[in-house]
Design a protein around this ligand. Structure first.
Ligand SMILES: [Zn+2]
Length: 114
């Protein structure tokens, strides 16, 4: 069954373009719910110019049960001018507040205590 990747509306076989959005429909099986995986529904909660820092934070978040993904701009040919934070850590929008709270707790934890 064809599905519109923009509005998620399902159409009958034979329809190839969403009349509302004017874009090509995709097969239901290849369709991933936007609210789950597309970048526009993820928000940056942590940035670093060091990839290992972002990966450490990712591990911490995963340990707290928060799914996260690393978006690295290090290999981009044309990094945004003035943006020195090349590694971004993203979480789904629904987990943004929990992730920010968690990161804040980590920052407030003294480094010299174990
Ligand atoms: Zn549509």
């Amino acid at each position: 069954m064809p599905v519109c990747p923009n509005c998620s509306y399902e159409y009958v076989e034979g329809i190839t373009i969403c009349p509302d959005c004017g874009i090509n429909l995709v097969d239901e099986k290849s369709f991933v719910k936007p609210e789950e995986w597309t970048e526009q529904n993820w928000e940056v909660v942590f940035t670093s110019d060091l990839e290992y820092e972002a990966e450490m934070m990712k591990d911490n978040l995963e340990g707290a049960g928060i799914h996260s993904a690393i978006l690295s701009q290090a290999d981009r040919s044309f990094p945004a001018p003035g943006d020195l934070s090349v590694v971004k850590l993203l979480v789904p929008k629904k987990d943004v507040q929990a992730a920010l709270n968690f990161i804040e707790q980590l920052k407030n934890r003294p480094d010299d205590q174990d």
